[in-house]
Design a protein around this ligand. Structure first.
Ligand code: NAD
Length: 483
């Protein structure tokens, strides 16, 4: 059993406390941490939004958010009642000056105070400025910023400037919930806690790496936002690039926030500019009565990509000429996120019946069924000579540690506890985000310059045909999108 180390009592001011993210992830996640004894009872959670709520009405809202989004076995009525007594609501419009003073009065600012911006980016700066104007910031304050962190390099720098006027970098937590996943951290443990992998972790032994974030859902409900963003800005710039950094970075000298982030930054800065033939854009069509992307986005002339595949290269000693294939899209066959490290084929086979033996594949699965899997070649059991087969070597930690996968700490709750503990390792630093945008902007202007438009693909497939060519022309294949 793992040990729970309680955090110090804190205030969490959750701007956007009635929104979708608060309801589905943040409030249930906080409840789980309270339930296991990590959050002290003297902590306060203050949800802030525009709507006005009665005390009971808000308490019912929080209760519903928890009961609807957590397994019933985690819900214990006494614990839930205690948790509800810690959560209060403050009606406040970020755009005006009212109620900020009363928010301040409700907080003991000598405690660690985290301001969580779970609101649209259009009001980030308003809230940050008002926190300063109404004197809510202390040295032990922290600010948590949700994605999107800017729309391009200029806007990300502008947001960094706004933040750095009132917070120091060690108070700023730019969240990318992919980094809070158990397996993502296990990737670091696997690479840097074992002698087995690191000597092979380079272009000499690794043929290529694939990073896939496939979603089954479309953009329904957020079509207008998505149409101004697209898969490159919405997914690649943050989630996929962060995964790329963790898989490709050099070993930091120590597992400390800045040492890890320094190494990630070097990866981003070493990314080569892309050629337009290394970019594939796609957009989902319609199926049956289900609308197409254009219909979901409410824009019949939209050329926004709901799918993107890229072939990237990192120009440094370790990775020279190794292909990193990245792809992400909506309305694909399954909801799957994984990193697959594909090792080179054996240079020579001693087995006459098997003249070619495929390289091992290390697959790091983020969702669903978090875990790590390694394909190895073994002898097929039984008589009949030396027949070789490839089998998956299951390295799921939940099983060996006697834990149910469902009981693993979820990304948001882990990250919020890290905020309270003041551990920034799994959060993006300002220079990292800006560098990621700089590269992203170049990729977008490359395809715009070549007037690339998305190829329409059939929903619930693996994406546009063109994407196959991206790997086929290198004599490689995408892994199947399957559970
Ligand atoms: P949402 O629209 O459901 O909720 C927005 C919240 O902000 C609501 O509580 C609303 O009342 C509040 N709000 C809006 N204007 C306000 C104002 N002027 N003053 C005070 N409060 C105001 O949005 P969401 O889906 O919860 O997303 C919140 C943020 O998190 C966004 O930046 C989004 O990009 C990001 N995010 C969301 C998800 C998700 O799964 N929903 C995932 C990752 C990131």
């Amino acid at each position: 059993m793992y040990k729970i180390i309680p955090v110090d009592p804190f205030n969490l001011v959750l701007f956007g406390g009635t929104g979708d993210l608060a309801r589905r992830e943040i409030l249930p996640g906080l409840y789980r941490r309270f339930h296991v004894g990590q959050i002290p009872r003297s902590s306060k959670i203050i949800c802030v939004a525009r709507k006005s709520y009665g005390k009971q009405e808000f308490s019912d809202f929080v209760k519903k958010a928890i009961t609807e989004n957590l397994d019933q076995h985690l819900i214990d009525q006494d614990t839930l009642a205690q948790f509800l007594s810690m959560v209060t609501y403050k009606s406040l419009d970020a755009n005006d000056n009212e109620n900020w003073e009363s928010l301040k009065q409700s907080l003991d600012l000598s405690l660690i105070t985290a301001f969580y911006l779970s609101v649209g980016p259009n009001i980030f700066s308003k809230i940050i400025n008002n926190l300063d104007k109404f004197d809510l910031i202390r040295p032990n304050s922290r600010i948590v910023v949700e994605k999107p962190f800017g729309h391009d390099f200029d806007s990300s720098r502008e947001l960094n400037n706004i933040l750095s006027k009132v917070f120091s970098e060690n108070q700023i937590y730019r969240i990318d919930h992919y980094l809070g996943k158990e397996t993502v951290q296990n990737l670091m443990a696997l690479r840097f806690g074992n002698v087995l992998f690191e000597p092979l972790w380079n272009s000499q032994y690794i043929d290529h790496i694939q990073i896939t974030v496939a979603e089954k859902g479309g953009v329904e409900g957020r079509g207008e936002y998505y149409d101004n963003s697209g898969a490159m800005r919405d997914m690649v710039q943050n989630h996929l690039m962060q995964l790329l950094c963790l898989v490709a970075m050099e070993p930091p000298s120590i597992f400390s926030p800045d040492a890890v982030r320094d190494e990630k930054l070097k990866v981003i800065r070493s990314l080569e500019p892309l050629h337009h033939t290394d970019i594939v854009l796609g957009q989902y069509g319609s199926i049956g009565s289900e609308p197409s992307y254009k219909e979901d986005a409410g824009n019949p002339r939209s050329t926004t990509e709901s799918y993107i595949a890229l072939k990237c290269k990192i120009s440094n000693w370790r990775w020279a000429n190794t292909a990193f294939y990245l792809r992400t899209g909506k309305r694909l066959r399954k909801r799957v996120s994984e990193i697959a490290v594909v090792f080179k084929d054996l240079p020579h086979s001693i087995f006459q019946d098997h003249p070619q033996i495929n390289g091992n594949v290390l697959a790091i699965r983020l969702q669903p069924n978090e875990g790590i899997n390694m394909t190895v070649t073994i002898k097929e059991p039984g008589p009949g000579g030396m027949r070789l087969i490839e089998v998956p070597l299951d390295m799921s930690f939940a099983k060996s540690l006697n834990q149910e996968v469902g009981n693993l700490t979820k990304a948001y709750e882990r990250l919020i506890m890290d905020v309270i503990r003041g551990n920034q390792t799994l959060f993006m630093r300002g220079d990292e985000v800006e560098a990621a945008w700089q590269w992203t902007d170049k990729v977008i202007s490359c395809w715009e310059k070549h007037r690339k438009t998305p190829q329409i693909y059939d929903p619930y497939t693996s994406g546009p045909e063109e994407a196959y060519m991206l790997t086929n022309k290198d004599q490689r294949r995408w892994r199947e999108i399957e559970i």
